[in-house]
Design a protein. Structure first.
Length: 439
């Protein structure tokens, strides 16, 4: 069975932000913010998050049923170390002004149209103009079909009338041999990006909602923001201000910042949202891996990207990918990334790996980059009020079991029974993991 490593996308695109500083937002895939450390085979089931059964229709009853935000998982047919492998993009489907037609957006600033057949529960994407390349050639989003040999390698391609996906239970599935790409007629076999799909799926994920009846407001937290502040401050980590904080009535591990960018924040003048409150939710069930709920409106809005949805890489991997705390911690360690954590002695939460979505791509993994096109690595710090009650929440009670068995893994996530001297491994004991060289 042929296997392919889950690799980062080989292309980085930017969209302009609205801040006076002129910074831009860099599109980053989940595997650029947290590289996968395991391999997957081409015969594995799709990497998707199932939408909640009560939030999606089993079949289409109207065109409105297909509208929403999707994770698009596909196999990139460029079988090379740089471009080949499983890929994931976050897309949004919205209604078009034309009858039975929707707009698909979220792939590097492109928007294309698709026709929906409600009775058949299908969505069809036909050939259409995409953009004009730097060499002056018009590039078209184009559906293809490929022939494969016995080893699963592409042999020949032929253009087809449409890429057709079937909707069922919030998932849009496509024929595994049908592709879609962006060929430049002046460049042989060019596709301008990993849109060559294999075992395509698009999966709708509902946006999280907040019911304040489920929360107790217990005071003000001192907050330093790592999501929006890099746009406006030369030293954003030094800017602290007060934000209302709440604790979940049923799960004391859950923390809620209420309207962190509202009228009482330093961002009141630049925030275009003046009415609807926003929230950032954190879960401290494992203090070594604090997760921020993705796809939750933060309350910040600009005139370029609309609403912002703040979370962290841990939250993406936990909520949308279904990974365990231990696996997330191992992945971060393997990629020399710090994990968000909670310090019970000072009642302080440190959120690393701050990423966010925007209105057209709510589950997108965006971050800011500086003038040298380098990602701005920021943290958010939440100093909880002195009356914060984590008794009974299990926050302070979670410790490393000194008697727990020790396991070793290589950097690909494969367990190593007897690591050799000089080998770089991940040592795991209980809920703790660390990278080390075997002596």
């Amino acid at each position: 069975m042929k296997s392919y490593a889950m690799l980062a996308l080989g292309f980085t695109f930017c969209i302009t932000a609205s801040a006076a500083s002129g910074n831009v937002v860099s599109v980053m895939t989940p595997y650029q913010t947290a590289q996968a450390v395991s391999e997957m085979t081409i015969d594995n089931s799709q990497i998707v998050m199932k939408a909640e059964a009560n939030k999606v229709a089993s079949k289409l009853t109207s065109i409105d049923d297909i509208v929403g935000d999707y994770e698009w998982t596909f196999y990139n047919a460029f079988d090379s170390d740089e471009y080949g492998g499983w890929q994931l993009y976050n897309l949004s489907i919205s209604l078009s002004d034309e009858k039975n037609t929707v707009l698909i957006s979220g792939y590097n600033g492109l928007t294309w149209t698709a026709t929906v057949d409600v009775a058949a529960s299908t969505m069809s994407i036909k050939k259409q103009f995409a953009f004009t390349a730097k060499d002056g050639a018009d590039v078209y989003l184009t559906p293809f079909r490929w022939d494969v040999d016995d080893e699963g390698n592409a042999t020949t391609f032929s253009e087809i009338d449409a890429l057709v996906g079937t909707y069922e239970d919030g998932v849009i599935s496509f024929n595994r041999i049908d592709l879609i790409g962006l060929p430049n007629p002046s460049q042989r076999d060019s596709f301008y990006g990993p849109l060559l799909g294999y075992e395509n799926t698009m999966t709708n994920v509902p946006v999280a909602e907040i019911d304040m009846n489920e929360w107790n407001i217990i005071g003000d937290a001192e907050y330093s923001d790592g999501w929006i502040a890099p746009l406006y401050y030369e030293k954003p980590g030094e800017v602290f201000y007060s934000v209302k904080v709440a604790q979940n009535k049923k799960d004391y591990n859950k923390v809620l910042l209420i309207d962190p960018y509202g009228a009482n924040s330093p961002f009141a003048d630049v925030n275009l949202n003046k009415t609807a409150p926003g929230y950032i939710e954190m879960d401290m069930a494992n203090p070594d891996v604090v997760v921020c709920t993705p796809r939750l409106y933060s309350g910040y809005t600009d005139n370029k990207n609309g609403n912002y949805y703040n979370y962290n890489t841990e939250g993406y991997l936990y909520y949308l990918k279904g990974l365990s705390f231990d696996t997330i911690l191992e992945r971060l360690i393997a990629n020399d990334a710090e994990s968000s954590w909670y310090d019970p002695t000072t009642k302080t939460i440190y959120i690393y790996n701050c990423i966010f979505g925007i209105e057209s791509d709510k589950a997108g993994t965006y971050t800011w980059i500086d003038g040298n096109q380098q990602p701005i690595v920021m943290e958010s710090v939440i100093k909880l009020p002195s009356n914060w009650d984590d008794s009974g929440a299990g926050v302070e009670g979670i410790t490393v079991d000194e008697n727990a068995p020790v396991k070793y893994f290589n950097l690909q996530g494969v367990e190593v029974a007897n690591p050799e001297a000089g080998q770089l491994v991940i040592k795991k004991q209980g809920s703790k993991a660390e990278k080390m060289i075997v002596r």
